[in-house]
Design a binder for this molecule. Sequence first.
Ligand SMILES: C[S@@+](CC[C@H](N)C(=O)[O-])C[C@H]1O[C@@H](n2cnc3c(N)ncnc32)[C@H](O)[C@@H]1O
Length: 245
Amino acid sequence: MSTAVDKRTVPLIDRIEAVVADIPGWSPVDQLYTLFCLVYLDPEAEGDIIEIGSWCGRSSVVLGMAARMTGAARVYCIDLFPEKDDWRENDDGTYSFEVVLDGRRYAGHNVQTVWREPFQRDIAPVYERYNSVFDRFIKSVEDNDLQDIVRPCRGTSEMIRDFVPEGFRCRLAFIDGEHSYEAVCRDITNVEPFLVEGGWLCFDDAFTTYSGVNRAIEDLVLDNPGYELCRQMTRKLFVARRRRG
Ligand SMILES: C[S@@+](CC[C@H](N)C(=O)[O-])C[C@H]1O[C@@H](n2cnc3c(N)ncnc32)[C@H](O)[C@@H]1O
């Protein structure tokens, strides 16, 4: 087969860039490529993938592509998927949301709130084009034919057991939900019991401007003997591998 038509010779980073070009979100292409490689380069790994914080599916579809190319893994995407009316402006001009699910209220971005400028630049325009973030997420998944692999799970990391099958194991968890110290610690604690030896724990917005994310990684991961290969991989992606043995 001529290399011109052999898909394997097209640089994957270009393919990732093209796939996410129209998907609103915050994961840059170098970060997505790194997440992709952590899955793709370890095809023998056991278990599935968890993402906490999916928004419109930008990182979810890239994790889904890697899962599809390596075999059987599924990607469980946990997010409260707020509707437009769930958001409120706080007294200090930042934004938070509250979602009601089965009669219970769940707060999002209520400690580490969303600053006005990113809200108006990145969040409000999504609601001008789509009825809900969930609809936009589903479109991202369907556009890439990933319905069998990428599963939206409306809720929080406390509900993982409600979303995954019995005996669930996780090969990679990408934590990108609320960025407060308490929320990141909670997300780590909730995914950790499922993480296989050799599995990756990955964080967005690490060691940039979110002190809560930094502190949670420092307290629960960086000096924890249960993790190895702790490393800042790109400008804002930090990863750590669950120690084997
Ligand atoms: C930074 S965005 C995720 C970006 C996405 N990973 C990307 O690549 O574009 C953060 C997401 O976390 C969700 N979120 C905030 N608080 C949450 C919580 N307590 N539980 C679940 N999701 C939450 C928000 O709805 C939002 O979609």
